[in-house]
Design a binder for this molecule. Structure first.
Ligand SMILES: [Fe+2]
Ligand SMILES: [Fe+2]
Length: 160
């Protein structure tokens, strides 16, 4: 996979994940409003998000991390940050998974924790896009600004 394809795939995945997070947040909000009958739907939303996000992390580990390392320089640093972020996110996901399967936990606590998860993951994705995905490492050379000495193919303009 070329860097630009990896970048496009990840951005599409992020858009889908944001959509899932929005649904999860709305579902958690319903439970917090006192609609405890919505708790099982919230659990389902949480589990779907868990599965999709685990898949997303696996994709980034398999394709993004090697592409960053192969780029060298800043890419190597980005790959280290990526590995650290993913380690923390997996810990968080494991915690959420145990939270969702623990039937003894009060609905409000589960809903509160899921809303915090939504905020954290949204924040992480935004940072990942700014710091890694939209950085120069994954962009094709033809997408980078041309150096000033590049000869243009257009007809030269004549002076006044
Ligand atoms: Fe990531
Ligand atoms: Fe990501």
């Amino acid at each position: 996979m070329k860097p630009r394809e990896i970048r496009r795939y990840i951005l599409t995945d992020h858009a889908f994940l944001r959509h899932m997070l929005d649904e999860l947040d709305q579902q958690a909000f319903r439970v917090l409003e006192g609609r405890e009958d919505e708790l099982s739907a919230l659990r389902e939303c949480g589990l779907s998000f868990h599965a999709k996000f685990a898949e997303h992390l696996a994709f980034e580990d398999r394709f993004l991390a090697p592409a960053l390392r192969a780029a060298g320089g800043a890419g190597v640093e980005h790959a280290k940050h990526l590995a650290e972020d993913h380690r923390e996110q997996r810990e968080l996901l494991n915690y959420i998974l145990s939270d969702l399967s623990d039937r003894s936990r009060p609905a409000r606590v589960v809903a509160d924790e899921l809303r915090s998860l939504v905020e954290l993951i949204l924040d992480d994705m935004a940072h990942e896009e700014i710091g890694i995905i939209n950085g120069s490492v994954l962009r094709d050379p033809d997408l980078r600004p041309r150096p000033p000495h590049t000869v243009s193919n257009s007809t030269p303009t004549t002076g006044p």
